[in-house]
Design a protein around this ligand. Sequence first.
Ligand code: UDX
Length: 433
Amino acid sequence: MKISIIGTGYVGLVSGVGFASKGHDVTCIDIVEEKVDKINRGEPPIYEEGLEELLKDVVSNDRLRATKDTEEAIKETELTFICVGTPSKQDGSVDLSSVEKAVQDMVQPLKEKDEYHVFCVKSTVVPGTTEEKVLPILDRSGKKVGEDFGLGMNPEFLREGIALEDFLNPDRIVLGGWDEKTLEILSKAYEKFEVPKLKTDIKTAEMIKYTSNALLATKISFANEISRICESIGIDVYEVMDGVGLDDRLKRDFLNAGAGFGGSCFPKDVKALVNYAKEKDQETKLLNSVLSINEEQPVHIINRLEYVSEGVKGKKIAFLGLAFKGGTDDVRETRAFPMITRLLELGADVIAYDPEASENFNELLPGKVQYANSREDALEDADICIIQNDWDEFKNLTPKDFGHMKGNIIVDARRVLNREEFTDDFIYIGVGM
Ligand code: UDX
């Protein structure tokens, strides 16, 4: 099939490369010339594991190319995925300006095109958006949905860092379509994926995306709430969740207590759903709690440290892990931000280290934090160490790795260490125990 994809962020580019690797002919569209040039040279403008190799492969086999020319790309393909960003506005609602702009550019080629074309939204949008916001723009072409063109919604469930793997081996594919014809064409694009495919109407597909992310975020806040109860009675929430997760009905995944959820999706999507429900006069007591637990959790961890260390004023704190999770340089909604902000308020002296995210983090708190070039440098003479995320290099560190610290307090906010090894010589504060 000839597929065009508008937006070459991690969703668009990963989907493009994934479709091309399954034998489709893909054209990626972006307004930024530099990104287009890079992609055409086989260099991904973002980092995702395995992406560079596969991009080089599909570019050199001429199965994928990038362009700035939306009109040409629409005319020459039969299916277009809209993969532009949908950030949050100040009030938590979804900012649709990039989607609207992208769709406006499709009106003219649709008008001039004789063949049937399917437009499919992949960007995360609240229920009703595709039919109430995207369709009216396409209608300006004078063409008729269901006759001249099809309309669909196909949510993505890609995790940053392993997005390509998630695209190529999904648990399920959700296809929302205006009519049978749209669904047939969308199914053809995913023909080579042997996984359950759920066909729904467009609004349901939009809602499935929000509901999935809201439930995953709920599992995390639930684990964090239970973790505080476990802390108060001196048992380990990880062991509790291992027991819980053995029940087939209660999957163990996403029940890991930590500093809360960050990233570009969970906080934004839960807020957007809350906001959307409000517009529909519906209460969201559970989701409000999910968000407030997530806000409290980083502060709770610092309060616990303060109690154990009898204050942090003037103490040197080695803060390991600034990205919202290991394996990325992304600092959007990272829990490191509220934690470090609180530490600075309390007068601590923070020296931070992250394998990739220091530069991005410095933009959030310009000049407020010192950065170390290595884990070892950060730990040198530190009174306290806090581990915030789960980078591989933080996993399974041994007491020897902390040998150059002056103090002996370690806060394991993501439970990456083997706690038993630290019981003798360290004061080990593990989340949820
Ligand atoms: C998420 C969804 O998983 C993905 O399906 C969606 O399309 C985009 O959002 P991502 O934001 O990349 O993906 O990261 P994910 O691995 O899901 O983690 C999100 C946050 O939750 C991170 O801050 C992580 O540290 C935290 N988390 C995750 C926990 O605190 N505990 C867990 O058990 C799992």
